[in-house]
Design a protein around this ligand. Structure first.
Ligand code: CNA
Length: 238
């Protein structure tokens, strides 16, 4: 076994206060493209760049175009949790992992059995009316046609944080709490480019920070352990 993976395995074996903070790279092995990899969404051709489509201004001006992108690119039927999601759920069951903090909106950590999941950017498995805030099932939004509308006439929207929108303060405060108190912090499958989520790393105060990501990140020099391998491969060994 790779020395860095062996070290991470040992940290986990010795701890009951591990926290995981992850992003889109955790779900690529389930078949969901991330944003910034070469085959990620930012390298695919769309009429508008994905970061523009996923903004609050774009959603309010062009909900039809937003929903075309949403149904084609964000909703992927039949996806299943992969080795990383499953191992994290097991670590929680074993009393080692306190929380999964995720930037993902796909619900795969919960599908794997994780209970304490903090969704910084919300979930495409929930929807609500953008005018009266009435909650809706995600079915119409994810699999219907055209722009889904509420009884009040408002546009139904996904319960995700669009660009230009603030993060939920309560979720952010809880994430800070877990990271501050963590013994071992594992960060995985994130380019650490999207703020304010990426800034969470600065709240960690320990000396067991492991970064598991295929490509380099701006925080590689900040971590105690850096593993540039597939997260599923790494998590199947720890
Ligand atoms: P990102 O900026 O696309 O970065 C993903 C990172 O993961 C890259 O640095 C890759 O090198 C790395 N990576 C890809 N596959 C693997 C793998 N198998 N093992 C290890 N590393 C891998 O995504 P971030 O999460 O950093 O950016 C935050 C955005 C992306 C959030 O707002 C998310 O909502 C959004 N997003 C979410 C999903 C999802 O829910 N599955 C999918 C696409 C984008």
């Amino acid at each position: 076994m790779d020395q860095a993976i062996a070290q991470l395995k040992q940290w986990i074996a010795e701890s009951d206060n591990v926290v995981f903070f992850g992003g889109a790279g955790v779900s690529t092995e389930s078949g969901i493209p991330d944003f910034r990899s070469v085959d990620g969404l930012y390298h695919q051709k769309w009429k508008y760049p994905p970061e523009e489509i996923l903004s609050a201004t774009f959603f309010s001006r062009h909900p039809d175009e937003y929903y075309r992108f949403h149904r084609e690119k964000l909703v992927i039927d039949g996806v299943k949790p992969n080795r990383a999601h499953l191992r994290l759920a097991k670590l929680e069951q074993e009393g080692k992992l306190r929380a999964v903090i995720t930037q993902n909106i796909d619900g795969l950590h919960q599908a794997a059995g994780s209970k304490n999941v903090l969704e910084l950017h919300g979930s495409i498995l929930r929807a609500y009316c953008s005018r009266c805030r009435k909650p809706y099932s995600a079915e119409l939004m994810n699999h219907g046609e055209g722009v889904p509308r509420c009884d009040c006439g408002g546009v139904i929207r996904p319960d995700i944080v669009l660009y230009e929108e603030p993060l939920d303060e309560d979720v952010m405060m809880r994430a800070i709490h877990y990271i501050r108190a963590a013994d071992v912090l594992i960060i995985g499958g994130t380019s650490l480019n999207v703020y304010p989520a990426a800034g969470l790393i600065r709240y960690y105060r320990g000396e067991k920070l492991a970064l598991v990501n295929l490509s380099e990140t701006p925080y590689d020099s900040y971590a105690n352990l850096v593993i540039h391998q597939k997260i599923g491969d790494v998590f199947s060994q720890i």
